[in-house]
Design a protein around this ligand. Structure first.
Ligand code: NAD
Ligand code: UD1
Length: 335
């Protein structure tokens, strides 16, 4: 199949492109490189020994997107393009609503126009909000604490309404838990601009000497060691989940929402320890204040993914720590 991957130059997009290409699919990337580099696409080509067609365009640009659909016979879309920094979304909500929601609407309109009605969409466990108790199931009530999360919740709703208006659509909405790790080649990985917001890129930047020490945001949560517990998932497992979701959309006409996680929760201190032991390194850290908006515990119920996608994760926490470090140590300054 020929798959249009929006945001395909980014962290999860590149790993998904590798899996798509390795499974014999063709890939067309649309990305404006607002949070990525062209080099990442070259690296995917190196890993897979295949060529990728890419368009440097913004998904908000209706004419340019239309031309991509006119010039390529697209079978399905995997939609990663979006801004994802929680703090920035609080400061610039309109930028987030415009980029993520309007951008998605432009994409869906263009798909409709060209009669491409199969889509896999990147949502986030952030839509479960502060009040649900883990393990989180797909039918729990949603709420959000920041504009980024709200964009995900709205786009989920828009896709559901779209399906309800026309049952020819086939839609998989994937709620990711915490993707970490990198391709085992060490050629592609997460490449945050500026100070990392998320735990693993911060740890790897401490390990490589770019940051002095990690701040652990609170050790007074109601968890086994007082630090926040999350469901960390290897990005390669996550990427493989997209292939399963794609297959599912090709064989059904439904809208389905599916958690992609491991179902296991690890604390911040567990992650530090695993990273140190797995890589024979020491990570200096200090305990600091809780980060506003953080919850104690968040991990997935993974039954639905097993049942309908026939997918589950394979990589261990040790794999995630080793692969994150291989990427960072091979590429201390990113791409
Ligand atoms: P990323 O920033 O690495 O990738 C997103 C890509 O989209 C980037 O290459 C960026 O340049 C591109 N992009 C953004 N706006 C665009 C626009 N208007 N037009 C064209 N391209 C645009 O992020 P990622 O970690 O790979 O995340 C991919 C998707 O998964 C995002 O939608 C994100 O919100 C979602 N998600 C990520 C996580 C995570 O922890 N990484 C968790 C849950 C959900
Ligand atoms: C964060 C976002 C969430 C987003 C997700 C994936 C917030 C409030 N939430 O979730 O919306 O979907 O990233 O992109 O930003 N931690 C530290 N020190 C650090 C960084 C993190 O102790 O420097 C802790 C956090 O308190 C948390 C855990 O590590 O307990 C994981 O943090 P992070 O990687 O930012 O992910 P989430 O908080 O799950």
């Amino acid at each position: 199949m020929n798959i249009l991957v929006t945001g395909g130059a980014g962290y999860i997009g590149t790993h998904t492109c590798v899996e798509l290409l390795n499974h014999g699919h063709d890939v067309v990337i649309v990305d404006n490189f607002v949070n990525s580099e062209k080099e990442s696409i070259k690296r995917v080509e190196e890993i897979t020994n295949k060529k990728i067609k890419f368009y440097e365009i913004d998904i908000l640009n209706e004419k340019a997107l239309d031309l991509v659909f006119k010039s390529n016979k697209i079978d399905a879309v995997i939609h990663f393009a979006g801004l994802k920094a929680v703090g920035e979304s609080v400061e610039f909500p309109l930028k987030y609503y415009n980029n993520n929601i309007t951008g998605s609407i432009v994409l869906f309109e263009t798909m409709k126009k060209h009669n491409v009605k199969n889509i896999v969409f990147s949502s986030s466990a952030t839509v479960y909000g502060m009040n649900n108790i883990s393990p989180l199931t797909e039918d729990m009530p949603l709420s959000t604490t920041n504009p980024y999360g709200t964009t995900k919740m709205f786009i989920e709703r828009i896709l559901t309404d779209l399906y309800n208006s026309d049952n020819e659509w086939s839609i998989a909405i994937l709620r990711y838990f915490n993707p970490i790790g990198a391709h085992p080649s060490g050629k592609i990985g997460e490449n945050p601009k500026g100070i990392p917001n998320n735990l693993m890129p911060f740890i790897t930047q401490v390990a490589v000497g770019k940051r002095e020490k990690l701040s652990v945001f609170g050790n007074d949560y109601n968890t086994h060691d007082g630090t926040g517990v999350r469901d960390y998932i290897h990005v390669v497992d996550l990427a493989k989940g997209h292939l399963k979701a794609l297959e599912y959309t090709m064989n059904t006409n439904k809208v389905e929402i599916v958690n992609l996680g491991t179902g296991k929760g690890y604390s911040v201190l567990d992650i530090i320890k695993a990273f140190e032991e797995g890589n024979n390194l020491s990570i200096p850290y200090e305990i600091s204040e809780r980060r506003p908006g953080d919850i104690a515990t968040c991990f997935a119920n993974t039954l639905k993914a097993k049942k309908i996608l026939h997918w589950e994760t394979k990589n261990t926490l040790l794999d995630m720590c080793k692969d994150s470090w291989r990427w960072q140590s091979n590429n201390p300054n990113g791409y």
